[in-house]
Ligand binder design. Structure first.
Ligand code: TRP
Length: 350
């Protein structure tokens, strides 16, 4: 029996957050190849993707290389970062036989969808996107590029080219999903064709993982433990984490964010609660806490890191995964673009 839960749509925004049965569904997700994935990605989304795949969903994963240059002038070491993303995906359990893993830049028809899609969104709407506004506020660039302003529409092309039903995302990506839903609806309305389904967000259940300073784990804050880090580096990062001088370890996220973050991290790795761990460490102080966390992280990541090392030794295989993914994605994107051009009555469409 299939049970589909339907929740009322939120009144304020058309987000379509509605977890559905993953079997038989098409899932699109992706990452920007800007550097190594860390434990925040792992507990936030990577594990979830693997779970969806095991439950029978068809996965499309975009290595969003054109999205790298939204907030920086130059895409640094793009090929290396892209291949490392694929290594992280495979090491954490994605099966490339059934998942289609590809880079933006290898799928021309996906990118061409951006043009008709841009015509469906107003400049005022683009300017209201809260995630883009926040990124502009934090950008180190001296001016806002056209790509920064419009990349959510490009992301709509990522999602719609393969007619994805589900998009697993964190909270910050919800405005982008709303753009994709709007574009799908308006395209269908304007051209009278039911080409695009309306994708739904699948919100990650994992809490935002704090980094080693108690703030959100993020590469740019230097508080992240990469999947690719070795055991010594992990120990060093944890040792450098901000805690306090109180000997008795307690789980108090508001009062002791540094201690609480470390407890959460170890708890996720050991599938226990932060409170249980705190009790066990008791009067051991920060030193015992950090030892526990280092061991928990290293133990949890040991098989993933071993697999990572094997995969990293065979770059040719990784490149082949990307080539095969691009082939599949191109076939799907070409078909969708043909439908779009036909619906628009473009000259030369079949
Ligand atoms: N913007 C996403 C991020 O920064 C990456 C991304 C690109 C994405 N295209 C996507 C996520 C499509 C979901 C769906 O993490």
């Amino acid at each position: 029996m299939t049970i589909t839960t339907t929740r009322p749509e939120p009144a304020s925004a058309d987000l379509g957050t509605d977890p559905q049965e993953p079997a038989g569904r098409r899932v699109l997700t992706g990452d920007r190849p800007t550097g190594p994935l860390h434990l925040g990605h792992y507990f936030g989304t990577l594990r979830n993707r693997v779970r969806l795949q095991r439950q029978g969903a068809e996965l499309f994963v975009v290595v969003a290389d054109y999205q790298v240059i939204t907030d920086r002038d130059i895409a640094d070491r793009l090929a290396e970062h892209s291949e490392n993303l694929v290594i992280d995906y495979l090491a954490t359990g994605l099966d490339p036989e059934s998942a289609t893993i590809f880079a933006h830049s290898a799928v021309p028809a996906l990118n061409q969808l951006l043009l008709p899609f841009l015509s469906l969104v107003s400049v005022a709407e683009l300017g209201r996107n809260p995630t883009v506004k926040d990124e502009i506020a934090h950008s180190r660039q001296s001016s806002v590029s056209g790509l920064m302003f419009t990349y959510p529409v490009h992301q709509a092309a990522d999602i719609l080219f393969c007619k994805a039903d589900l998009v697993p995302v964190g909270q910050d990506q919800l405005p982008h999903l709303e753009v994709a839903r709007t574009v799908a609806r308006r395209f269908n309305e304007r051209y009278g064709a039911g080409i695009f389904p309306r994708p739904r967000a699948l919100l990650s259940e994992a809490p935002l993982l704090p980094g080693t300073d108690g703030g959100k784990m993020s590469k740019s804050r230097g508080n992240a433990i990469a999947l690719a880090a070795d055991e010594d580096e992990t120990a060093r990062l944890v040792r450098g984490a901000r805690t306090d001088a109180e000997r008795r370890i307690s789980y108090d996220p508001a009062g002791r964010p540094g201690v609480a973050g470390l407890l959460q991290l170890a708890a996720l790795c050991q599938d226990r609660t932060p409170g249980q761990l705190a009790e066990e460490i008791g009067n051991g102080g920060a030193a015992a806490l950090k030892r526990t966390v280092t061991e928990a992280v290293n133990e949890h990541l040991r098989p993933i890191r071993a697999r990572r090392a094997e995969l990293a030794a065979d770059r040719a295989h990784i490149r082949q995964v990307l080539r095969t993914g691009a082939e599949r994605a191109n076939a799907v994107a070409d078909a969708t673009l043909a439908e779009v051009r036909a619906a628009m009555g473009a000259v030369g469409s079949a």
